[in-house]
Design a protein around this ligand. Structure first.
Ligand code: Z5A
Length: 205
């Protein structure tokens, strides 16, 4: 029995965690077994990597940043995602490899071929069945995510960086329309939830 792997992507404050929690409740009520997880930090090892990656003031070079996200992901895929899928569960993952393409590739301007090579190694063939891209102007998303604070090491990047990340995500979606569903997440929470419901319904077995 094969499970279903759904990743949620987008810039800061687009509403991924909120929508994942709502979707998990709905799927469980329908009788599905659901695993909710996230990157970076979905494992004990990943929590240590997350602290290095997101602590404000840490100096992390772009290539080492990409490799740290990849290390977190390789361990997460092998110890959390694959076992859940093998048990026939629905995995809802808050960020996955597309975040590295968008943030380290488009945002930090690393060579896309280098990022792809590292990602292929990290995910070991496991790509999501569906990627829900929640799209919002970074000005709106950052205001939601920061809630008045200055944010973590990545949130604190310039608006230009976050714009590049957004366009990176949209380019990924345009290149793989069979995997991506792009949702306008600028509206009220319930409207976004209805849109997420619609795309997920079509993929449930
Ligand atoms: N990163 C990377 O560079 N490379 C990688 O490979 C990976 C990640 C995997 C992880 O941060 C950071 O790592 C991230 C990218 C980078 N950048 N940063 N910083 P994180 O795990 O701490 O956080 P995040 O993934 O960026 O999520 P987030 O910013 O916390 O937001 P969210 O999960 O998308 O949104 P939310 O928590 O559901 O909602 C945020 C607030 O907005 C909350 O108060 C909601 O009630 C509100 N909200 C949500 N939706 C709406 C709507 N529709 N209307 C109004 N208000 C809303």
């Amino acid at each position: 029995m094969a499970g279903l792997f759904i990743s949620f992507e987008g810039g800061e404050g687009v509403g991924k965690s909120t929508q994942i929690a709502r979707l998990a409740d709905r799927l469980r009520a329908q009788g599905h077994q659901v695993v909710v997880t996230f990157e970076p930090g979905g494992t004990e090892l990943g929590q240590e990597v997350r602290r290095i990656l997101l602590t404000p003031g840490n100096h992390v070079t772009p290539r080492s940043e990409a490799l740290l996200y990849a290390a977190d992901r390789a361990h997460h895929v092998e110890t959390v995602i694959e076992p859940a899928l093998a048990a026939g569960q629905v995995v809802l993952c808050d960020r996955y490899a597309d975040s590295t393409f968008a943030y380290q590739g488009a945002g930090r301007s690393l060579d896309p071929d280098d990022v792809r090579a590292v990602m292929e190694f990290a995910v070991a063939g496991r790509w999501p069945d569906l990627t829900v891209l929640l799209d919002v102007d970074p000005r709106v998303g950052l205001a939601r995510a920061r809630g008045g604070g200055s944010g973590d090491r990545i949130e604190a990047e310039s608006l230009q960086f976050h714009d590049a990340v957004r366009h990176g995500f949209l380019a990924l979606a345009a290149a793989a329309p069979e995997r991506f569903a792009v949702i306008d997440a600028s509206g009220p929470l319930d409207d976004v939830t209805a849109l997420v419901d619609e795309v997920v319904k079509g993929r449930l077995r």
